[in-house]
Design a protein around this ligand. Sequence first.
Ligand code: NDP
Length: 316
Amino acid sequence: MSEIEKVNCLIIGSGPAGFTAAIYAARADMKPVLYQGMQPGGQLTTTNEVENFPGYPDGISGPEMMVQLEAQAKRFETDVRYGFITKVDFTGPIHKCWTEENKEIHATTVIISTGASAKYLGLESEQKYLQLGGGVSACAVCDGFFYRGQETVIVGAGDSACEEAHYLSKLCTKVTMLVRRDEFRASKIMTDRVKNTPNIEILFNTDTVEVLGDGNVVTGTHVKNSKTGEERTIPCTGFFVAIGHQPNTDIFKGFIDLDETGYIKYAQPGTSKTNVAGVFVAGDAADKTYRQAITAAGTGCMAALDAERYMAAMGH
Ligand code: NDP
């Protein structure tokens, strides 16, 4: 059996929440160990330009921001590791975690910053332009600005889709909303808001067949009405997907209290505490409302400070 490693503070996940927690924990001499997870750098690595993170007046690319956050965490000697945590056992006072190589780690404190993943339709053309950074996005607040004065399409019919369609309508000349059923899932107030916005066109019973492009950027969307079979092409330069997010919390099931959609529940509002003493959460794994880099970073700071206080109270 391989040797068990003991750590003061294990941070799981490498988005803005995880790295901010690492910066604070490292500066407090907690010698944090951070596992980067399946997508090193997190969701920002699929974003082009970040223009709304304070302190970057000229903007910064998502991947570049994550490189800088990692460098800042390493500057204070955070032990940043490739790999991911596949299993935990939070039943005792020592929090046990296992990596994909079955290495066992015993952590006094754990900061969960595993984030959430935006859901996509899964079409090949959608994934192609997403990877190219050519006009497919799952975050209107992040990327809507790049489509000012242009036409966009948004898929979804929940509160997020309505909120994002309304956000886009203020920037874009026209927003076409593709709703797969003949009704919205969103609340009445949100639905009314999009229905009453003149430059939002709602197409019900409409599925996306393909995202069209010139090989570099999106130029349109090919759609089909599931009731009539009618197909048409909608010109657009931005294709937004707002069909929900999946929090990356599966491994914590049974140990950490999750809500009905899998988001981690805060045990005490206004803190980063979970139902397990010594285990804290930061970022999108517990946030289905704001989902911003800056809010993730803020809660990462909170988690590190809460972890430090927990360690102090335990006499470390
Ligand atoms: P939801 O799960 O509520 O809605 C997802 C929407 O996407 C549904 O309309 C669904 O259609 C549609 N959808 C799913 N898969 C596909 C697909 N493959 N093709 C086309 N459409 C698809 O997610 P949200 O992100 O909107 O909201 C998550 C939670 O956050 C909700 O509880 C919501 O109320 C809350 N929220 C609240 C806000 C607020 O109050 N300001 C703002 C944002 C979110 P269908 O209806 O047919 O299943």
